[in-house]
Design a protein. Structure first.
Length: 256
């Protein structure tokens, strides 16, 4: 379909916001990533030439080149000498969130190798927000685990898990098993359910970008989740950050 100017709508430059506070290369990188996810570049597996991308977004080739460099660092594309830029990843992994949400089970079949690392653990007094979520008093001492989830070596999640008193051995069990579910089973918790999940999107902070191998300003999906025993008594609060270009959250309605 042609627009009023007589050009095909798909050929119109996709202009960027030049006064919005977000650098142009970052905006272009985000738009290219989205276009790749939507399959807009056909079946060739290659990006259009830099000149075509510059025309599409209404910027110069240097800005496009900076955006492609960032996407290459993130593993989205790869520059091939004399051939152009190849698309490495077309689809996000899907992480289902439902009544029983499990990292390994949820991503099973979507990656060859899943890994869950313990970055650090500590005991800390919790604030009011987490205390309310767990039905505790602010100031209670709880076990806190900092974890990193990976698929085929690529970081997919960076999480802070807080466990109610009574699960004080969770860090050692997790370090030994690499699984929160297995760690809980070894502590006498054979089953647990998701009580609530809140989701928001925001830009990654510098430390998060470094931990998740992202470029500055990348978008994160952040979930604030509460798990509980089957009788709905809460015992775990988790704050998890997912790179938005690598994973999508699939909300599932499970039967009780």
């Amino acid at each position: 379909m042609n627009d009023a100017t007589g050009k095909a709508a798909s050929e119109k430059p996709s202009l960027v916001e030049r006064r919005g506070g977000v650098q142009l290369w970052r905006q272009i990188a985000d738009r290219i990533r989205q276009a790749i996810s939507l399959g807009e570049f056909g079946d060739s597996g290659m990006m259009p030439p830099e000149t075509a991308l510059a025309a599409r977004f209404g910027v110069n080739r240097h800005t496009v080149r900076a955006a492609l460099k960032v996407l290459a660092q993130e593993g989205v594309v790869q520059s091939l000498q004399g051939k152009g830029t190849m698309i490495l990843r077309r689809e996000r992994l899907t992480y289902p969130i439902g009544r029983r949400t499990r990292f390994s089970d949820g991503l099973a079949g979507q990656a060859e190798r899943l890994e869950f690392r313990l970055l650090s653990s500590r005991t800390a007094a919790i604030g009011r927000e987490i205390a309310d979520a767990l039905g505790l008093l602010a100031g209670n001492e709880c076990s806190v685990l900092e974890t990193l989830g990976l698929a085929d070596g690529l970081p997919l999640s960076r999480a802070t898990h807080v466990f109610a008193p009574g699960l004080s051995g969770i860090a050692e069990r997790f370090a030994a098993t690499g699984s929160i579910t297995k760690a809980l089973m070894s502590l006498g918790v054979p089953d647990y359910v998701r009580l609530s999940t809140d989701v928001m999107a925001r830009h990654a902070m510098a430390e998060e970008a470094a931990e998740l191998a992202l470029s500055p300003g990348s978008i994160l999906l952040e979930t604030m989740a509460v798990n509980g025993f089957p009788d709905r008594r809460p015992f775990q609060y988790s704050l998890t950050r997912f790179p938005a270009d690598r994973i999508q959250l699939g909300m599932r309605i499970d039967s009780v």
